[in-house]
Design a protein around this ligand. Structure first.
Ligand SMILES: [Zn+2]
Length: 460
């Protein structure tokens, strides 16, 4: 027997229902259900094939907002949308041609928030640069009037992506006319990877685009053999006026402490290439399905579950910031994000930011979470590590000191398709997706049910 219902008299003599729950038995039950339902995958097929990409400012994103709200409402959650003003960037037409030492077309993708080129495009010589240190050592005369290619091999995403985000501003500081990025991936099948970039406040904006790893390496070989590399490209990128989008917020009310929430987050927007299947359609259906499975139990968890599908993560993070601002007065026991694809679940990153108290509370949280890891072991998700939780929940974790959790996935199949036209539903394995749903459902349930949360919620 998983739970028993006791009827106890309370002071006003009306019988009140008190529920005795065996949390670990319910967790095992949830995991079993997660592994035998295909609903998350079926939802992801709809999101990817029927709606497609969800770039901020696109009709697809706003269709997805309505789709998700309706799905969550159908599942019995109190689902609504919360309006967010979002910045809008659009790619438009792009093309590139290698002119020397050989002539051929290049497959490129402009980076988010890049400016476009002048109408006729830009033509110039390419200089291959190893990293920021190498750039520092190069005299201005080597850079000025040229296109800088940041040929930086993938080490970790966090380290390598610095070149994508800051490369254009750094290149412009010595007079470069464009910034080319070797795509951020450990393996490549000749696919350019887009992603956001940011001009520093004092930077001269120059066009920024990604080229394939293969083309970056070819340009390096030519440079090392003393050959001049020239190319031309044109980009129609433009920044449009802000628009209205929305976060989707859906609650499953807890039975004893409904004002304490366990947040399950992901982002509904994507880049405009591919279908955003793994980034982050997968995270969305994992969060939605985990909440649905908990809603189908015969007993409600002690605390409320709140699913949040954030808007505009990829090109601005407006959804995460607006949510943290609007909900800073709520009490969160934890904010969990799933945003590293649909590879096998491996565990959870634990993210605590509470000033001087951080180290002590990290220890405490790990000790409290450790006893739950056997419940996650059947799907391989029992690892705990101290690290960054996720971009969307980040502002809430930062502002309120809420416990942040990030689902850890095997990313070996993720980075090669990340932000490319190949991020499509066919790369998602239904059985592995079910394991992810199970891991998140179990973690969410335990957080919502535990009498003692791993980190005391901060009540404002
Ligand atoms: Zn993402």
């Amino acid at each position: 027997m998983i739970w028993t219902v006791l009827w106890v008299a309370v002071s006003d003599a009306r019988p009140a229902k008190r529920v005795e729950v065996d949390p670990e038995a319910v967790a095992a039950e949830l995991l079993g259900r997660a592994l035998t339902t295909n609903e998350a995958y079926d939802d992801l097929v709809e999101l990817c094939d029927d709606i497609g990409h969800r770039l901020t400012g696109s009709p697809g994103l706003e269709r997805a907002v309505e789709w998700a709200r309706d799905k969550l409402a159908e599942d019995g959650l109190d689902a609504r949308t919360e309006t967010v003003t979002v910045p809008v960037w659009r790619r438009n037409d792009e093309s590139a041609t290698l002119l020397a030492p050989v002539e051929r077309e290049l497959d490129v993708l402009g980076l988010g928030w890049s400016i476009g080129t002048p109408p006729g495009g830009l033509e110039g010589e390419v200089i291959v640069v190893d990293d920021f240190d190498h750039f520092e050592r190069l005299p201005r005369s080597e850079i000025e009037g040229r296109m800088v290619l940041w040929d930086v091999p993938f080490s970790t995403y966090g380290a390598t992506v610095q070149y994508r985000v800051r490369g254009a501003s750094v290149a412009a500081s010595k007079g470069a006319i464009a910034s080319l990025m070797r795509s951020v991936t450990p393996q490549s099948l000749a696919t350019p990877h887009t992603g956001t970039q940011r001009y520093a406040d004092d930077a001269d904006p120059i066009p920024a685009l990604a080229i394939t790893v293969e083309d970056a390496l070819a340009m390096r070989r030519w440079q090392e053999r003393g050959k001049t590399v020239r190319m031309k490209f044109s980009m129609g990128a433009e920044t449009l006026p802000d628009q209205q989008s929305a976060n989707v917020v859906a609650d499953l009310r807890g039975r004893e402490r409904p004002d304490e929430y366990v947040l399950l987050g992901c982002h509904l927007d994507s880049w405009d290439v591919g279908q955003g299947a793994q980034d982050d359609g997968a995270g969305c259906v994992i969060a939605m399905d985990a909440a649905r499975l908990i809603s189908e139990l015969d007993v409600r968890p002690r605390r409320s579950i709140r699913v949040v599908l954030f808007t505009n993560e990829e090109s601005g993070l407006a959804g995460g910031k607006a949510f943290a601002e609007a909900h800073a007065g709520d009490t969160y026991v934890a904010a969990l994000e799933a945003d590293t694809g649909a590879g096998a679940p491996e565990g959870f990153r634990v993210d605590i930011r509470r000033g001087d108290d951080t180290e002590r509370l990290q220890e405490r949280a790990l000790q409290a979470l450790q006893p739950w890891t056997p419940l996650l072991a059947p799907v391989g998700a029992s690892r705990l590590e101290l690290a960054y939780s996720g971009a969307d929940v980040g502002p809430l974790v930062e502002a309120t000191g809420t416990l942040g959790l990030g689902l850890i996935n095997d990313t070996s199949g993720y980075w090669p398709i990340h932000h490319t036209p190949a991020d499509t539903i066919d790369k998602v394995d239904p059985a592995t997706l079910r394991r992810n749903v199970g891991a998140v459902a179990v973690m969410a349930w335990m957080l919502a049910e535990s009498s003692d949360p791993p980190l005391p919620a901060r009540t404002p």
